[in-house]
Design a protein around this ligand. Sequence first.
Ligand code: SF4
Length: 439
Amino acid sequence: MTKHSLPFWKEYPERDNEWVRQYPTKHVAIREEDVFTQSPMGIYVHIPFCNRLCFSCPYIKHQTDSGITQRFLDALKLEISNYARRPYIKDHRITLGYIGGGTPTSFSSKQLAEMLDHLFGELNMSPDVELSIETTPVDINEKKARTLVEKGVRRISLGVQTFVKQELEDIGRPGDPQLIMDAIKLVQDAGFKNVNIDLMHGLNGQTMESWEYSLDKAIELGVTCVSFYTYMEFAQVSTKRRKLPPVPSKDVVDEMFLFAARKLTQNGFEGYYGDCFAKPGFQPRYGHLSWSEDIPIIPLGPTATGHLRKHWYFNEPNIDRYIDIVNSGRLPISMGQHISKEEAIRRAMVLGVKASRVDRKRFKELHGVDFATLFKREIEDLQEKGLVTMTEHGLEVTGPKGWYFLDNISKAFYSDEFKRFPQHLGADITPFLKNVAAR
Ligand code: SF4
């Protein structure tokens, strides 16, 4: 007879005389603030309007139109109020926020003020919330910039793409570099201390010289952050039809990445998320904290993505349906995924790598496991490829090679289930939903 087949009372030498009534059993001093402190939370607000639609843009957006824009703003305010009423939200303080799109500043300054007043009035916004907003050089003016600063927005990001006139024209942007420079000066004068500009490499007809010119202009204009993106392949479909010069070869585009990383680093910028560079003290906390510290994010607006209560999800992308759902009193949550304990650990690694470093001690505090042990095989493989460095403190992506391959490194930590699944890009999921319903 094995031990486990014994009647349970015979497994013990004697009956335990301590009556179990609480757990855990080790105690330390604890205060009211430890129990009731509100934990940090972020918001992402998606404004799906643009004053002019760029043909190189993959996102769902609508031409600004006064009728629908105000209906949308009213729905957005309702959605904010709906979240604000929920007890779970009340346990948090909003310390991070990002207002993206579309072009959020396609709203009038009155509408921007209305939205920001509603956010600050309804949600528990921290007075020093790091709130960023996206704009373009043609959609910002002095009145809007001053309204944003006055209402608590601290960081602004301008979609510049290039300072070269011909390159601007070829991607359908107003072809006036002077207008861009004036817009940067305007936001600086309005009180924005933290100004990011987005640049693109791999544009039609772009050369190393013209790329260097755009980078030099950014440095000269005193912006605090520069993010650069590769011009998207699918946007080049119309290249032949529009008789544009060809895009640079892949080798040249790769070289442009490394060149920009070196140049910005040499000029006092520090790299983060691979292709974003900021002056010390100006690195935006939004991505870094929501990814590395696993801070929950409330998604607001159509296609907005967020993660709350062990779920990652995104909102209904169709603007009319979004407005109808919100007006019916429901949250416009559309699709997503429950995040299991195992996937939460993988997610922390996948997104932590995107912030370029993962702290071992902090990871253990947050997730209860040592990632270096758990992902030993993946990390050794990445080390052999010269993409990451591992110290006793944590994992560091090795720049500039690792920065260039940041997404490959990040995907090394996907679970088998999600390895080949592309991510949501704000696409209209209506056909997908119809297929699911038909099954
Ligand atoms: S302004 Fe930005 S969001 Fe709007 S269409 Fe152009 S690239 Fe897309």
